[in-house]
Design a binder for this molecule. Structure first.
Ligand SMILES: Cc1ncc(COP(=O)(O)O)c(C=O)c1O
Length: 356
């Protein structure tokens, strides 16, 4: 049986498992903001329809300027993508046939995209406690074209200290190895970003997504930040008009209002804490995530498949971890959703405990 490589699209999961899909499903496998999209998108939606008959601005100049301003970089340091996933494809093309190191477990598209372009992949496994194995990573990445790090990490939700990333960049600064720091979920943590390091390190590439915080995964827009010469090199892979007109309008709108992300972050943090208290009390293990998803497991099971299937039968869809190197099904990933939805998960987990 082939397990789906990503969360979301639960119908596909039920189909691959040859399971009947319950009438009501709550999808904890997708890790977007449970309170989004922002109301401002709905308010403007109809007025954007007129823009679909023309080609979008191929450079997305307005959004690029906003992103540059928000991050204190130049417009030339910003590259827009059809989601961060497309930018990862550009990176695969850039490092075609070369060696790439991935700090695992991490988002599976780094490996998938790099394999398409015949890169040689080397994995380094992260420490359990949520710190980076800086010297092991630096040693492996010497001589490689690039190193991928995901922070806050998908799937654990843990963030690595900026000091450790700075140390890594320093170790690799003369080696030619680029360090990709994927901050797709940084705005859920509300704390540190490695953006200040762009000033000192020309080997740093930062990936960002707008699809997570603003729940616009179906619209697709993301960006990367890097030193100008490197950003220019990556931008060469951009197909003309790669970001559609409505995604550009939506990005302009959501980036102009920082209060939505701030409110979402607080609400999600409160729900996350409530879930953690519950999981602790009920004897589940979990990662102390700082974002909108976390890993959990029943310590009585090595492989969490029985719990995964039990929840699926109840219409509660978690994310399996079979394709996360180093996790191999020993954990499940759940997103933090609304109070009502999180209560559904709590009830199902209580029932699981009663019978196991
Ligand atoms: C860590 C990470 N980076 C990047 C992406 C891709 O995001 P986007 O929707 O912007 O393509 C994802 C999507 O799940 C992700 O988890």
């Amino acid at each position: 049986m082939k397990w789906p490589a990503h969360g979301s699209n639960p119908a596909h999961l039920y189909e691959s498992l040859q399971m009947d899909q319950p009438e009501c499903i709550t999808d904890f496998s997708v890790n977007v903001n449970p309170y989004g999209p922002p109301p401002s998108l709905q308010a403007n939606w109809e007025s954007w329809l007129a823009s679909v008959s023309d080609y979008p601005d191929p450079y997305g100049q307005t959004v690029t300027g906003q992103i540059a301003g928000l991050n204190g970089v130049t417009d030339q340091q910003v590259v827009l993508g059809n989601g961060a996933a497309e930018l990862i494809q550009f990176l695969g093309q850039l490092w075609r046939g070369q060696k790439v190191v991935i700090a695992q477990p991490a988002f599976s598209e780094y490996e998938a995209a790099c394999r398409v372009y015949s890169c040689e992949i080397d994995n380094v496994f992260l420490n359990k406690g949520g710190s980076l194995p800086v010297y092991e990573l630096a040693a492996k990445a010497h001589g490689a074209a690039a190193l991928f790090i995901c922070t806050p990490n998908n799937p654990s939700g843990l963030a690595f200290p900026i000091e450790e990333i700075a140390q890594l960049l320093e170790c690799l600064s003369s080696s030619g190895c680029k360090v990709v720091v994927d901050e797709a979920f940084y705005d859920f943590a509300g704390s540190s970003t490695v953006v200040p390091l762009l000033q000192d390190y020309s080997n740093l590439i930062i990936l960002r997504s707008l699809t997570k915080m603003y729940a616009i995964a179906g619209l697709r827009i993301g960006y990367l930040l890097a030193a100008e010469p490197l950003a220019l090199q990556i931008a060469r892979f951009r197909p003309h008009w790669n970001v559609n007109a409505i995604a550009l309008k939506a990005a302009e709108t959501v980036l102009a209002d920082p209060s939505f992300a701030e409110r979402s972050r607080k609400r999600i943090a409160a729900e996350r804490e409530r879930m953690f208290q519950f999981l602790e009390k009920q004897g589940f293990q979990f990662t102390r995530s700082v974002v909108n998803f976390y890993l959990l497991r029943d310590p009585a099971l090595e492989d969490q498949k029985p719990l995964f299937l039990f929840l699926l039968k109840k219409g509660i869809v978690l994310r399996h971890t079979y394709n996360y190197p180093g996790l191999a099904g020993r954990w499940l990933r759940a997103s933090v959703k609304t109070e009502l939805e999180n209560n559904q998960l709590r009830e199902a987990l209580l029932e699981w405990k009663k019978h196991n």
